[in-house]
Design a protein around this ligand. Structure first.
Ligand code: PMP
Length: 966
């Protein structure tokens, strides 16, 4: 009989003892109904758990059947979202809790995978030929043996004992996320302390994780909620985890000796070695595990904090007099524009911090996110958006160089050094202190005069109030304005030799606990010196209540940005994002030349077009210089919408017509007339619908539309659709005003119409007496690389060109350019005036943007980077069939995602990818009528390293998607 697929027939080895199955079946049955994703046993017809059958060689075998679980094994699941790890931790905790009630004599058999009896591997260490690796194993075994007696005193229960990545199943679904679906194979069950279960599961779950310790801590923390752990459990966990991996590599080395031709055995060791080769700081791991379970970061942390709190006010004044009234100064990312370049704090900037503050002493916050830490030592990863340490872990006290520093309480010198690197500490001293209970804690004094090295030596006792060092200056303190960096640490062990003074915001939960606010040592309140974080939730809630619901936020988990630079954005905690989406900051966010020109103009004058000013003319000249000769008259307004509004008025005044022909899915702005010609808006559910004077033609999408790339006449065929629109106008006895289109439709899906399309359309419109409007808001000003404007690629001469977004680089400017004839007809005696359009400030900024595009050769950069981007995307297309089409010019790029050969749009997947890219700190968008086209449209400053970053992140996301689709 063939069993249906959803069952598993387990055929035991010859000689298998019935108790082996009895034990598993009894445990599994006990776990049934507890929502732990454990298997279900299918009894034999006579109701037994297993049966005996003869195999083809006549050997008696025990066989049994379980219901198969859905899902794939853990090792195939990527990414492993935090919710999944929590789910798993809870399941394992629940399993151990439930198995406390279980007992079976077979649990006490001898077993080489009993982690409590793992010393047998010592006898096989000779098989490990790499001496460095052998040393690693020896160290692990020694550590294990030093704590085994403690583990032996722990209560022992039945445990699964083999929660490796093949015995955990999960389902992964784009909308449901990743969920544990099975905990299988109870064949290794034994009696053991719970800590062994956790050590084994953590050992496998952490392998090849980007941040293995975080994964372990997340798993342990969630386990703890179901089956509480003790401090002793945590002390042992990492040691046992490493021992399990040691057993695993020794065992597989033994197997590979027996089966020298089986390359797989050696390959399968690799992840375990990759883990063991990383020398994790065991103290730090323990501290993180403790925090994950809600314990103090180190033992007695609260006792130290209590002591510091109780003695607040009675410590000796570090500066010999009170600094109680010293002002706090905000050096946070949102509180200062320093440094101008968040990747490179200039020497003069570092040396001048606070030079405008008029006080004897002023203080910088503990816990404050800052962008001033720009040297490579503060950054990790190969891209500019990789992790970066930004959050200050001390308090700064700015005052004169040479100021003497006294010890707040008695201490022993632990370290005295001169750290000479740029933006490092210069002279630095660490003192060890003791509270009344004998707990040790440490204070650090940075940016000292390095002469301290001559005066102090390690082990020296410093009395309370004793002057032991003095502040350095910018020449010897790491390059900073004179100040003391005072930091507290509850442990020296986790700090290793680096003594980080600044934390990655994503690690702040740990570092903030280990290095708490040192205000007490200054006799100040924590409240005064602790930075109050911008609370994203409050900002989001306020926004929700103060604005209309259709003021949308991007991303499932919205972002808050407080700084920008070139093609990077920085959130409120200093995390760097690569902006591959925003086209408004055309020449880059916060361009220094724009900052300067805007400041200068605001200092001088900002008024309107009713007065003469050279800059107004200059702005018109720099724009007209980029246009064909016939386009020789400018109008300045405040936005793309307003510019299109004016363009429509020009067309209507010049023709006396009202009717407009426009491609489907177009967008031209948020004003009444602009919405009327924007099918992207009016055709949405609850939209205003198509007005009788508006006539839609199919967008010339030759990938998905009616006429495709295989058709050589597709340009004409799409253009001919205009004839139908013209007949409709006749039919309703209307009069054509003109044709408006985004030269390359953007919200419609980054469409590049086939060559010759627009020239044929324009010809028809002109013949019918209409005006052709080219909306270049998205495509203009060099973004396309090979062309300054999209209409050049289509080889047409529009009658009206509309510019917006990038022309002001963030300042609201819209521009309409037209012919003398049209302008003359519009000049009908009624004044054209836009209060802010063409203001002195706008014109100064607009001129500067145009000059920067030229001076920094940004059109050429768009071309070159566009080439790399395209190449990278086409390579991805070869590996990922979900990429149906890659199209665009320069840095105006669309990547169309499809599910199958019928071009079914991969809408959900596109949304997933955009959100995952956001988690990887890259901003891209999604567009198109079915929201399945990834839109990549960065500021023109982007460089090849960033393109590489986009491509590799996109590749990772597309690989993730394969786990959903396969
Ligand atoms: N035209 C096009 C092609 C646009 O993309 C936009 C804005 N996305 C507009 C006009 C309207 O510009 P604004 O939002 O500045 O009014």
């Amino acid at each position: 009989m063939r069993l249906p697929k959803k069952y598993v027939l387990k055929v035991m080895r010859v000689g298998c003892e019935p108790d082996f199955i009895n034990m598993q079946c009894a445990a599994i049955r006990m776990l049934n109904g507890k929502n732990l994703c454990t298997p279900e046993i299918i009894p034999t017809v006579s109701g037994a758990d297993f049966a005996s059958v003869n195999d083809e060689e006549g050997n008696l075998r025990l066989v049994w059947v379980i219901k198969a679980k859905s899902g794939v094994c853990y090792s195939k699941i990527y990414p492993r979202p935090i919710d999944f790890i929590y789910d798993l931790g809870k399941k394992i905790g629940g399993l151990n809790k439930a198995l406390k009630e279980f007992d079976h004599p077979y649990l006490d058999r001898d077993f080489k995978w009993n982690l409590m009896e793992s010393n047998w591997i010592t006898d096989y260490l000779y098989l490990i030929t790499d001496n460095d690796r052998k040393d690693i194993l020896i160290e692990i075994i020694e550590e294990y043996n030093s704590v085994l007696h403690k583990a032996k005193k722990l209560p022992q229960f039945a445990i699964h004992n083999d929660l490796n990545d093949y015995n955990i199943l999960a389902t992964s679904d784009i909308s449901e996320g990743v969920k544990v679906s099975g905990i299988i194979d109870f064949g290794d069950m034994i009696r053991s302390p719970h800590i062994c279960e956790l050590a084994i599961s953590c050992a496998y779950i952490a392998l090849d994780q980007e941040n293995p310790i975080k994964t372990i801590a997340d798993l342990v923390g969630s386990y703890h909620t179901k089956n509480p752990l003790t401090e002793l459990d945590l002390d042992l966990l990492f040691i046992f985890l490493k021992m399990r991996l040691a057993v695993s590599v020794v065992n597989s080395t033994m197997m590979s000796k027996e089966n020298p031709d089986d390359a797989y055995i050696t390959i399968s060791q690799a992840p375990a070695w990759r883990f063991l080769d990383q020398k994790f700081d065991a103290n730090m791991v323990l501290a993180k595990l403790r925090l994950a379970c809600g314990f103090e970061v180190i033992k007695n942390a609260n006792r130290i904090l209590d002591y510091l709190h109780k003695n607040r006010g009675s410590f000796a004044n570090i500066f010999q007099s009170s600094i109680e009234h010293a002002p706090m100064v905000d050096l946070s990312i949102s509180g200062t524009a320093l440094p101008q370049n968040p990747f490179d704090l200039r020497l003069d900037e570092a040396a001048k911090i606070g030079s405008d503050i008029n006080a004897d002493y002023w203080l910088g916050f503990w816990g404050e996110p800052r962008l001033i830490y720009t040297s490579q030592a503060f950054r990790s990863g190969k891209y500019n958006n990789s992790n970066r340490r930004s959050v200050h872990l001390g308090i700064d006290i700015f005052t004169n160089s040479g100021h003497k520093i006294s010890a707040p309480l008695e201490g022993i010198v632990k370290t005295v050094e001169n750290r000479k690197f740029h933006l490092d500490y210069g002279g630095v001293v660490i003192l060890e202190h003791n509270n009344n209970h004998g707990d040790k804690f440490y204070s650090l004094y940075g940016h000292l005069n390095p002469s301290v090295l001559k005066k102090l030596s390690v082990g020296q006792i410093i009395e309370k109030g004793e002057i032991f060092c003095e502040l350095g200056n910018e020449n010897n303190n790491g390059g900073w304005a004179p100040h003391l960096h005072l930091q507290l640490s509850l442990s020296l062990e986790c700090m290793n030799s680096n003594w980080p003074g600044v934390s990655d915001p994503d690690e702040l939960n740990f570092w903030g606990k280990l290095c708490p606010n040192p205000a007490s040592l200054l006799n100040l309140d924590d409240d005064k010196t602790g930075y109050k974080k911008i609370d994203k939730k409050i900002i989001q809630d306020e926004r929700k209540s103060n604005f209309g619901g259709n003021l949308k936020l991007s991303y499932k988990n919205p972002l808050m940005f407080v700084r920008g630079w070139k093609h990077y954005l920085f959130d409120q905690m200093g995390r760097t994002y690569l902006d591959a989406y925003n086209n408004v900051p055309h020449v880059g966010h916060s361009h220094p030349r724009i900052q300067r020109i805007a400041t200068k103009q605001l200092q001088q004058l900002n008024t309107n077009t009713r007065y003469l000013h050279p800059i107004l003319n200059e702005f018109s000249k720099v724009i007209l210089d980029t246009m064909p000769d016939k386009l020789s008259v400018c109008y300045f307004v405040n936005s793309g919408s307003e510019a299109n509004e004016l363009a429509l008025r020009l067309a209507r005044t010049a023709t006396n017509g009202q009717d407009i022909i426009t491609p489907d899915h177009g967008y031209h702005g948020n004003t009444n007339a602009a919405v009327e010609v924007s099918a992207y808006k009016f055709n949405k559910p609850n939209g205003i619908g198509c007005k009788p004077w508006v006539h839609i033609v199919d967008v010339a999408d030759d990938y998905r539309g009616e006429f495709r790339r295989s058709d050589p006449n597709r340009a004409s065929k799409y253009a001919n659709l205009v004839d139908r629109a013209l007949s409709q106008i006749k039919l309703r006895e209307g009069k054509l005003a003109g044709f408006i289109s985004e030269t390359f439709p953007s919200v419609g899906g980054q469409i590049i119409p086939p060559s010759g399309y627009l020239s044929k359309v324009y010809e028809k419109i002109h013949t019918a007496g209409g005006i052709c409007i080219a909306d270049e808001v998205q495509t203009g000003l060099g973004r396309l690389g090979s062309f300054f404007y999209g209409f050049e690629q289509q080889n047409v001469l529009p009658d009206v060109v509309v510019l917006g977004k990038p022309i002001g680089n963030g300042h609201p400017i819209g521009v309409v350019v037209t012919t003398k004839e049209i302008a003359k007809k519009f000049d009908n005696g009624i004044e054209f005036f836009s209060t802010f359009g063409g203001s002195t400030l706008s014109c100064a900024i607009g001129v500067e943007v145009m000059k920067i595009i030229h001076d920094e050769k940004l059109q050429k950069n768009a071309f070159l980077r566009g080439e790399s981007l395209f190449e990278g995307l086409l390579n991805l297309q070869l590996q990922h069939p979900i990429i149906g089409d890659v199209r665009g010019f320069g840095l105006f790029v669309g990547v169309e995602l499809i599910v199958d050969n019928n071009l079914t749009p991969a809408t959900e997947i596109a949304a997933y990818i955009v959100n995952r890219m956001r988690e990887k700190r890259i901003l891209i968008g999604v567009e198109g009528p079915a929201d399945n086209i990834l839109k990549i449209r960065p500021p023109l400053t982007i460089d090849d390293n960033d393109i590489d970053c986009i491509i590799s992140a996109l590749d990772e996301c597309l690989n993730e998607v394969k786990t959903f689709t396969s």
